[in-house]
Design a binder for this molecule. Structure first.
Ligand SMILES: *Cc1c(COP(=O)(O)O)cnc(C)c1O
Length: 419
């Protein structure tokens, strides 16, 4: 099944989802991007350069780890984890960003812009821009700038300009809008590095293509290490790029079930979550350049969303998943903030693994389902990122008293210096 074969449908559409809904003025830029992407995708040398860059700069291929302790404790399926947390900058985001960096070089553009919520995509983009010598601007909601200081600190020190967006709720969707505005004004020398498999065509296809490296590696590795394909593959779903990445390795294997876990926040019915497909609160609409399921009200205004994992906290879902959901090809579940905290404690204590809060969502669903499976069955979880870099968020989430007193002490120390 090639979801990117558009010969029998409209280019850039997945069922009724996807497409390009942008102001007329961006038409030429999008077409230029699409043409360049088509060339890159058809050029084996481009993919080779991409793989070599990630090998030398980001530590690919990332390994697969068999979680023997956790598998034994749960008493069901054998659990394996794809370790994309071991990438440079701490998550799978670097795959897409380095790929788009190479593409930007080919486009002959010298400036990059990007939106960021928690700051992980901005951090990866600033890193790439430093390496490639691009001028870099990162748009970030003012609320996020205030609460994500560690990532802002790194972005600025890597040479990027971080622009606090004061519109709307001052979070991710407002940063995306501001990025689009910048792109319209500066498109002649600027490439927009979109951070996930959302937005107008060709971004969902392009980001999925770069992230497919996860699934390509994982398929080969699990066959070698476990001797056969997994029965189920789990990944967390924000915009949907890491999940698309690993799922593509198993899309044609009808005996492999694909499961995406969204941010369940405070649970079903709370309206404090970011679950577009697992819960029933989202509806189909057009926003930010594409058509998909959005968390919106009856007037088409976007709802407030919530997840303990900032990287999952987004109103829309990638249009490919909207289609695969309708077709029953991918099953969607949600994990609540509480479940995520418990699963994180478990993986830390039993395996010494600290998955990012985002990735821990995939662990929640896997941990629930593993005991219902046979000991000879295999599940594979994509650990999209690592949690040690999120120490502020995780310490807050776990409500750690000693950490609070440490931070309080630091604050006193700075106040003392000022006086
Ligand atoms: C950003 C992020 C996600 C969510 O984005 P997707 O596009 O859905 O992959 C998941 N995990 C980590 C570690 C992230 O940084």
């Amino acid at each position: 099944m090639d979801i990117f074969d558009f010969s029998e449908g409209r280019e850039g559409y997945y069922g009724e989802y996807g497409g390009v809904f942008l102001p007329e003025i961006l038409q030429a830029t999008i077409e230029e991007l699409l043409e360049c992407f088509r060339e890159c995708k058809a050029d084996p040398k481009f993919w080779q350069d991409y793989v070599a860059l990630l090998q030398n700069y980001s530590g690919r291929p990332t390994p697969i780890t068999h979680l023997e302790n956790l598998s034994r404790q749960l008493g069901g399926a054998q659990i394996y984890v794809k370790r994309d947390d071991l990438n440079h900058t701490g998550s799978h985001k670097i795959n897409n960003v380095m790929g788009q960096g190479l593409l930007c070089q080919r486009l002959g553009k010298s400036k990059v812009i990007a939106e960021t919520g928690a700051g992980q995509h901005g951090f990866a983009t600033a890193t790439m821009a430093a390496k490639f010598g691009f001028e870099c601007k990162i748009y970030m909601g003012a609320v996020d700038v205030a609460r994500q200081r560690p990532n802002v600190f790194w972005m600025e020190n890597l040479g990027a300009e971080v622009i606090a967006v004061e519109d709307g709720q001052k979070t991710l969707k407002d940063a995306v809008n501001e990025c689009m505005r910048d792109w319209v004004t500066n498109m002649s020398d600027t490439h927009y590095i979109l951070g996930t498999a959302c937005g107008p065509h060709p971004f969902p296809e392009m980001v999925s293509w770069f992230q497919s490296i996860i699934g390509l590696e994982a398929r080969e590795q699990i066959l070698k290490q476990a001797g056969r394909l997994p029965d189920r593959v789990y990944a967390c779903v924000g915009g949907g790029s890491n999940a698309m990445g690993i799922f593509q390795g198993f899309m044609d294997d009808d005996n492999v079930e694909l499961i995406g876990t969204e941010g369940g926040g405070q649970g079903v019915g709370s309206y404090m979550h970011s679950s577009r497909l697992a819960y029933d609160d989202a509806s189909v609409g057009v926003a930010q350049g594409y058509k998909t399921y959005f968390l919106q009200n009856d007037e088409g205004n976007m709802n407030e969303t919530h997840s303990v994992a900032a990287g999952l906290d987004y109103i829309g879902v990638n249009p490919i998943f909207a289609h695969l959901h309708d077709q029953g090809k991918v099953r969607f579940e949600a994990a609540t903030d509480e479940e995520v905290k418990e699963a994180l404690k478990l993986t830390m204590r039993t395996e010494g693994l600290i998955p990012a809060l985002e990735s821990t969502h995939a662990f929640v669903t896997a941990i629930k389902e593993a005991p219902t499976m046979g000991k000879d069955q295999i599940i594979l979880i994509n650990q999209s990122g690592r949690g040690d870099k999120d120490i502020f968020t995780i310490a807050d989430a776990l409500d750690d008293a000693k950490w609070k007193s440490f931070i309080g002490g630091k604050a006193d120390q700075y106040r003392g210096e000022k006086n």
